[in-house]
Design a protein around this ligand. Sequence first.
Ligand SMILES: CC(C)(COP(=O)(O)OP(=O)(O)OC[C@H]1O[C@@H](n2cnc3c(N)ncnc32)[C@H](O)[C@@H]1OP(=O)(O)O)[C@@H](O)C(=O)NCCC(=O)NCCS
Length: 240
Amino acid sequence: MTTDVVIVGAGGMGREMYGVIRLLNDLAADGPRWRVLGFVDDYPGGSTVELVHRLGVPFLGPTRWLADQPATTRVALGVGQPDLRRETAGTIARYGLPAATVVHPAAEIGPDCVVQEGLFAAGGARVTTNVVIGRHVHLNQNCTVGHDAVLGDFVSVNPLAAVSGYCRLADGVMVGAGAVVLPTLTVGRAATVGAGACVTKDVPAGVVVTGVPARPHRTGSAPRPVASDRGSSAGPGRAR
Ligand SMILES: CC(C)(COP(=O)(O)OP(=O)(O)OC[C@H]1O[C@@H](n2cnc3c(N)ncnc32)[C@H](O)[C@@H]1OP(=O)(O)O)[C@@H](O)C(=O)NCCC(=O)NCCS
């Protein structure tokens, strides 16, 4: 069965998601799994629209385009930053469209894991056993999530990061590229683990940690947004 999907956020993450959806379609033996209607984005940056058109996919306009969609159309949240992804989910909630779950064929999600709606797992992402994954979690290329871990809503685990067994990542946590979170540790709500860090102690909510061993970097600050990853959530006057 083919399901209509709209990718929300035309930046880098949205376009990466499109690549996985296209691959899933190419590999499906019984016809395409998804029909990509196009991308929506309230504040597309610089060359974003051109990059979407280069993929041969329509840019449909702002997120209010979703208002006329039937309840069967799914949305794939292609916004990389956890806080912006949450904000975008709030913006489009009024349209009541279900979220797409997009798992690359070379990603592994253990059979006894619990996965909520909106998971995006890129190629090489590996989730082992008895892991609980919240809503709209992004697992990027070649990251690992060990046994019995719990990931809250809107968590991002970036490429090559390793989240160990029994870890707990609260809602909105970002684990940066190549970082390690040692077993049983808790990373608090909306905290950020910097790229390459090794977390050896629990991280309080909202704190940014970096280094080996990880230490507070800049309390309460969020990572600087990447313009192409703002997706649909950047309002006028906000940093891009
Ligand atoms: C830790 C992080 C959140 C800090 O962001 P920031 O506050 O905007 O940091 P800045 O770029 O302004 O750098 C501030 C200082 O911290 C240092 N720094 C930045 N990131 C660092 C990291 N991961 N580890 C160690 N030091 C880091 C910078 O070198 C700079 O040092 P300086 O003042 O001596 O020059 C961010 O750099 C990071 O690591 N994000 C992860 C992003 C990621 O995984 N991206 C992959 C996407 S696929």
